[in-house]
Design a protein around this ligand. Structure first.
Ligand code: ARG
Length: 467
């Protein structure tokens, strides 16, 4: 058992207590951030004359050596240390003796862990944004290729009005674009450095907190030391944004599962992204989409767990906060994995355009347009709605679409119908007539696509935060 705090104790920690308390099994994940933070801290201590230049140089180069050794597998991070902070410090002391003991001057594990987790999470925010960007690129490609691919749009999972595949994908583009902007906001708010908060009340050493903040790419130091060590809002915000991403991915997955079903056949998943059954040879299952949908629950779980952990905590640091890590890490990994796989699945998915169009045609998705036709010929909308309702009933009995009826049949329901009704209710016209901003016509869609493309390009050039 390697502990940093034995002085005031006369007895050994109970073995189970030690294990219960230890966090090395999961905080080893941010050894890099821990070392980065220590290097910045020591560099500042040297600049301030709290450590000599020589001591500073020695400690920094030894910390770099520890990092290299860990990375090369020469120095395994084992369970004999309580946490990653003890691991680094113990190894430093082993290598440097008394000089190593000066590392922790003006620092507490409370501000140290607050820093490590923030550094680690900050990187995760950026990695998630990168994966979102890949997904957005695929969506944009599909949108560009399918401004004329007609499909039924649904409400209540009932065919409603014709739209295009570009339009449907465009809806998801908007969702993931908002997700990116949420991550961007979080980054902006969280990018302040808690190091120097000490245990809770700052320190008596003349630390230069602006300097350490700058060394690690923060906008500045946090402004209250009690808040600095006990704020986990940024994590809650991130888990919340991740939950929303999963909610979006899950809705999308649900649609893909439906579209891939035998009844719909709107899409076919690539062999590389689907799985078979051990007993039913005909099966090609959408397991990836189902897993993404299923994993949404565990990300929500991480959010709920942390919200609940934090809700009753008095200021400042409490050991409860150690619980911020495992679920968060699980959520970070889960969302990254889901985004990457979902993007691959979408990118390789085949859209059965004929089936989609046929489905739109056979579902009375032009009924509203038939009513609008009557309205344009002077029939009040409510009456037009009734007339077309009767028409649909007739079609259902006959097993035909509205535009498959003869003019005589149409006129038997309303004499207002003329030959030009066929053109007015064709799928192409129905889509083309919807030209307002955000509507599915090719014209409206192309305007939106141009905007989205410009936005994505700006994001490429300024990956941290293009709004
Ligand atoms: N493992 C701890 C955590 O994750 C590090 C901070 C320990 N601080 C303390 N006062 N015990 O929160």
């Amino acid at each position: 058992m390697a502990q940093l705090w034995g002085g005031r104790f006369t007895k050994e920690t109970d073995h189970l207590v030690y294990q219960f308390n230890a966090s090395i099994s999961f905080d080893r994940r941010f050894y890099k951030q821990d070392i980065e933070g220590s290097i910045a801290h020591v560099t500042m201590l040297g600049k301030q004359g709290i450590l000599t230049q020589e001591e500073q140089r020695e400690i920094v180069s030894c910390l770099k050596g520890i990092k290299e050794d860990v990375e090369a597998g020469r120095l395994p991070i084992t369970d004999e240390y309580e946490d990653i902070h003890s691991f680094v410090e113990a190894n430093l002391i082993e290598r440097l003796g008394d000089t190593g003991k000066k590392l922790h001057t003006g620092r507490s594990r409370n501000d140290q862990v607050a820093l490590d987790m923030r550094l680690y999470t900050r990187l995760e925010v950026l990695k998630t944004r990168e994966l979102l960007r890949e997904l957005l690129k695929v969506l944009l490609r599909i949108m560009k290729e399918n401004t004329e691919t007609i499909m039924p749009g649904f409400t209540h999972l009932q065919k409603a009005q014709p739209i295009t595949l570009a339009h449907h994908m465009g809806a998801y583009f908007e969702m993931f674009k908002r997700d990116d902007s949420r991550l961007c906001d979080i980054y902006e708010r969280m990018n302040y450095c808690p190091l120097g908060s000490g245990a809770l009340a700052g320190t008596t050493y003349p630390l230069d907190r602006e300097y350490t903040a700058e060394l690690m790419g923060f906008y500045g130091p946090t402004l209250n030391s009690m808040d600095g060590v006990s704020d986990r809002d940024y994590l809650i915000e991130f888990l919340s944004a991740l939950s929303v991403i999963m909610m979006h991915l899950s809705r999308f997955s649900e649609e893909i599962i439906i579209w891939n079903s035998n009844e719909y056949r709107f899409v076919e998943l690539d062999d590389a992204y689907s799985t078979g059954s051990s007993i039913m040879p005909q099966k090609k299952n959408p397991d990836i989409a189902e897993l993404v949908r299923g994993k949404t629950g565990r990300v929500y779980g991480a959010l709920m767990a942390l919200l609940t952990t934090m809700k009753g905590l008095p200021l400042a640091y409490n050991k409860d906060m150690q619980e911020d890590k495992e679920w968060s890490f699980d959520a970070f990994d889960t969302v990254k994995g889901c985004l990457a796989l979902f993007t691959g699945m979408l990118d390789t998915m085949h859209f059965c355009k004929d089936v989609m169009k046929k489905s739109a045609k056979n579902g009375f998705t032009n009924a509203t347009d038939a009513a609008d036709y009557l309205v344009n010929h002077g029939v009040p909308f409510r009456d037009a709605h009734g007339i077309v309702g009767r028409l649909v009933l007739y079609c259902l009995e006959k097993g035909a679409a509205i535009d498959e009826l003869s003019l005589d049949e149409l006129q038997a329901v309303s004499p207002i119908f003329e030959k030009d009704v066929y053109d007015a209710v064709s799928m192409e016209t129905c889509v083309d007539a919807r030209r307002t901003v955000g509507a599915p016509s090719k014209q409206a869609m192309e305007a939106v696509i141009a905007q989205e493309e410009a936005w994505l390009e700006a994001l490429e050039n300024e990956p941290h935060c293009a709004k």
